[in-house]
Design a protein. Sequence first.
Length: 551
Amino acid sequence: MEVALTMVRLRWALTLATLRKSTWQTIGYVLGIVFGIGALVGVGALAWFLGGPVFDMAGHHIPAGWMYGVLHVAVMYGSTFAGFIILFIQLMLVGDGSTMAPHRFALYGIPDRKLQLGMLLGGLSGLPAICGTLALMLWSLAYRWMSVGMVVMQLIAAPLAIITMMSLAKLVISASTTLVRSKRGKNAFYLIAMIVFIVLCQLPNIIDNPADSGSLYDFPSLTDLSVADALSWTPFGAAFQLPYDLLTGNPLLFVARLAILAVTWVVCFVGCVWCLRHDRVTAGAPERAAKVRGIGAFGWMPDSTSGAMSARLLTYLRRDPRQILLFVMPVLFVALFALQSRGITIVIWQGLIWGGWMMQMTEGNGLAYDGRGFTMEVLAGVRGWDDRRSRMRVFASINVIYMVVLGLACFVLTGDWRTADGLLLGVTFICLALGVSFSSIGVAEITNCSLMYPVPSMDKPFSTPQGRAVAQGLFPFVQLFGCLIPMLPTILVAIVLVVADMGGWLWVMAPVGLANGVAAMVIGSWLGGKLLDARAIRVVQTLDSFASLQR
């Protein structure tokens, strides 16, 4: 226990040292505290409101029995959903290279069990865990109209729930880091984790609101109650069910729920210790060499400077999980909108525009993702226009093929290919999506050599690099929203059609949007080339500083 407590003190000593060293880290930590206080105030206010007499919009008092059922269902659903969100956040941080990572203590000979206990206590002493514990303790105010025992039990259950979440999170990140070794496996793992995370966040919008199908008091239904009861037997809901077990006066269920929590802690702790031992034993094991045939993209790209740059970029994109995710966004948007379309096909078609708009977010900082590979271009004396043209060729080709294929899939999904109006609608949205994506490419070729910010390393694609926190949070949105400015002609045409009630002329948006996007892409790439010629040495220096942050 002494070793574990020393590691907790070490965590806070390192945190305070970082805050004294970096002003931006101090600002970020203060903002984190502010957000944490805001969350506590929000949870406390909601719990206080639910703990007293509750009235509906018409001013009628809501029956206590109905409120009990609603709270039970809401707590079980909310705790399970929050648990999955926390686990997926940990999945996105696989390979996290924080100062308190286990491999940094390898030289000190700390036994695996003591080291894992220190890691667990260090996580529980962090700001998120403290705020989470206090928030769940404030939730006890929602039970004050039921019984004093429920309030006291919620105060006890709050830290138990946080320990469970932290234990599961430690097991997930340890197991995923240990079991997923190969580059290809990690890339697929990161991609699947992100997709599931995004879909999970959209579940409230996908699932029908039960209140829409009947009166207010139709919810919760028997199905909702049965699902909530099932969730109470999972590690995510067991701790939150303890106050309800106390209220019903069933000691066997109460003890069974405590046993679920205890078994979860033991399994997670043993699993993490096994991962530590496995990593230590297999450290330094050689990876199987990949077989490479031919010269890849260099064999079929144009035999020119820009062609070589395009081949290099394509080779990077194939191996970079940090950027490959955004190429899945259009499919994801179309799928999500299809689940919410309720038979309105234009809802599905708009997914193309949203996907095309977001596909180039990483290209807005493309040189930072290239890293020191860009140094060779500068040493070889590559012109800025050749570099911009090579990047424009790659991303424009990907966008055209992608949007056309996805557009054909939308035709099949919506059935709009059966009518002339449906065909015209689909072609219009495909052209608009291409126009927006082309405009995004043009703006990205300007921002990626001027508004640069640190990115995670390729080995830890979802970790958070240190330094320039404000730039990391702000600059992506400059590129994202900046691409709308060159599209103002298309936006003005759309406004005119709406104001003049000329819905039959919607097809005009297709050639206008496509021509607007192509012009924005070419002009933006040309301006980016001029800017890159003027800032090439400064860009190399910036990339060197970014590389040092990834170590």
